[in-house]
Ligand binder design. Structure first.
Ligand SMILES: [Zn+2]
Length: 194
């Protein structure tokens, strides 16, 4: 074993490292959660902050991943649920922006599903559909989701301006399959995208 001896002591003062920590402080996290109304900025899943168990379902995400130089300043942080954060992984997606940054559409990813949380079935379906569409546009593209009809057989997706509905229209057969099979809603008759 080679011994290098004691490291020489350098008398240089360290520069102040403002965003050295990967994890934002608890105080900043709480500020972001509050700002986002304890709601996932992608799928819209909301929790009751007074219930400890529910709080664990939300996380603070770095919009530009830490790995790629994203810092822990407030403008780079957003509230996501565990499922959305897991799927976002190292991608750079700002779910506060309502207009897609993409110039052409990518393939619809139908694996984005949270299989564990089905307490309220209708809201579970809406949350999962919203997630798929927002990931598809890489933004908070969904303005509203409406389920109409006695057996909720008509679904209407309204997109924020600046998101080409045709992109989604082109994926309609996949989307129908997703709603009927994955979201277990075989009664779907019509899907309106606007
Ligand atoms: Zn989510």
């Amino acid at each position: 074993m080679i011994k290098y001896g004691k490291e020489p002591q350098l008398n240089i003062s360290k520069p102040e490292l403002v965003f050295l920590d990967r994890e934002p402080t608890e105080e900043i996290k709480e500020k972001i959660f509050k700002h986002d109304n304890y709601t996932c900025q992608c799928c819209g899943k909301a929790i009751n902050p007074k219930i400890k168990k529910e709080r664990k379902q939300l996380q603070i995400d770095h919009i530009v991943p830490y790995k790629f130089g994203g810092d822990s300043s407030e403008k780079n942080l957003q509230t996501l649920c565990v499922t959305c954060n897991g799927y976002k992984n190292i991608h750079e997606i700002n779910f506060r922006v309502t207009k897609t940054p993409l110039t052409s559409s990518k393939e619809l990813n139908l694996f984005l599903i949270d299989k564990h949380d089905k307490e309220d079935l209708i809201s579970w379906k809406m949350i999962n559909l919203k997630r798929v569409i927002n990931f598809f546009y890489h933004s908070k593209a969904v303005l509203s989701l409406n389920l109409a009809g006695r057996s909720k057989q008509v679904w209407e997706v309204e997109l924020y301006q600046g998101n080409n509905p045709q992109w989604l229209e082109n994926e309609k057969s996949k989307l129908l399959h997703y709603i009927k099979e994955e979201l277990q809603h075989p009664k779907l008759e019509q899907l309106i995208i606007k």
